[in-house]
Design a protein around this ligand. Structure first.
Ligand SMILES: *Cc1c(COP(=O)(O)O)cnc(C)c1O
Length: 343
């Protein structure tokens, strides 16, 4: 049975959170003399809302969750780090990850002195069978599933996630940075049933705000409270809150861009398939294609020489490059160079 106290670090449970001026007085006032701000009005002379309520209200409507189920981080990278800090004991706990996957999990684990148990994905990049998982280990604080996975592009079935979460002692984190490009349903739809589930999403990819650093974690209110307790008081700045609100006001524009990117993904895939030096293109639910070439090293270097940068993933998957779907013009330029290379 899930119990927030058994999985939260003792020192985090016992500590008292910082109480900022904006935590202590939230009402309306005409004169603000409590936060040592400069009184000269600019758009930025006041501290931002520590709990980003205006933004959470919009996200709650869009994602069909309650506002107490939402945490907003300085990118989802901040949420990942806070999850390690709250739910893994340095030097004692470990986290389960499924490589090849996103590199930050390992980095956050290392920063927090938490061991990583790597259980490799199967050859088709699906999660290994449940029997192989050491689900009941009390020392395993987090099990992280990236879906759609970076860099392989495939998704994990929601039933599979439910099954794992139901048999796992710690928290199951589902990183959905690319969910907007996928046809699969988000794991936020099963939040109410699964108390030990955390779903991560971000404004960095489909929503076009990588520079603003706004990430979201969805979970049951007990988990969200712990994250709020340990985050820096004003972790999301006013400019970024405004940028995120602005993007949500034009959700239709974003949906159009997503459709355009998905269309370009299909076009690029079909064109790449005609090239002699392309061995495999893996199915993608994301805004990138993982492509296996006959000689990725040569291709990578030649592309760089012409000013085109793709992500070299050959160290994770043999001869593979991860190619982000760009604009039509950018994709066409990439194809032109790759076509020249094969003759
Ligand atoms: C890009 C990416 C993120 C995004 O992180 P932000 O800090 O929100 O920019 C998270 N997870 C994965 C798997 C990603 O590829």
């Amino acid at each position: 049975m899930f119990n927030i106290e058994t999985i939260t670090r003792k020192n985090i449970q016992q500590m008292k959170a910082y109480s900022s001026a904006r935590d202590e007085f939230k009402g309306k006032a005409s004169i603000w003399l409590d936060a040592n701000e400069n009184p000269n009005e600019t758009d930025l002379n006041r501290y931002p809302d520590p709990l980003q309520i205006s933004l959470k209200n919009e996200i709650a409507k869009l994602k069909n969750v309650n506002i107490d189920q939402i945490f907003i981080g300085n990118g989802s990278d901040e949420a990942i780090d806070l999850l390690f800090r709250a739910f893994c004991e340095p030097g004692l706990s470990n986290a389960i990850i499924f490589p090849p996957t996103y590199g930050m999990y390992e980095v956050s684990a290392a920063i927090n002195n938490v061991d990583v148990i790597e259980i490799p994905l199967l050859e088709n990049f699906e999660l290994p069978s449940l029997n192989d998982l050491e689900c009941s280990l009390k020392t395993t604080g987090l099990l992280i599933i990236c879906s759609p996975n970076n860099p392989t592009g495939n998704s994990t079935d929601l039933n599979r996630i439910k099954e794992i979460a139901n048999s796992f002692y710690g928290l199951v984190v589902v990183d959905e940075a690319y969910i907007d490009f996928s046809e699969s349903e988000s794991a936020t739809s099963i939040l109410a049933e699964i108390p030990n589930l955390v779903v991560l999403q971000t404004f960095s990819k489909a929503y076009g705000l990588a520079g603003a650093r706004v990430g979201m974690a969805f979970a049951n209110p007990d988990i969200i409270k712990v994250l709020n307790k340990i985050k820096p008081p004003y972790n999301i700045n006013s400019l970024s809150i405004a940028a995120a609100l602005n993007v949500l006001q034009n959700k239709m524009g974003i949906d159009e861009q997503i459709n355009q990117i998905k269309k370009e993904r299909d076009i690029l895939k079909n064109e790449l398939l005609t090239l002699k030096n392309v061995i495999t293109i893996y199915p993608s639910d994301a805004n990138f294609l993982l492509v296996q070439f006959s000689d990725s090293k040569t291709i990578f270097k030649k592309l760089l020489d012409t000013g085109i940068v793709v992500r070299n993933r050959a160290s994770q998957i043999e001869n593979c490059l991860r190619i982000t779907i760009g604009s039509k013009t950018e994709n066409d330029q990439l194809l032109t160079i790759l076509k020249e290379l094969q003759s």
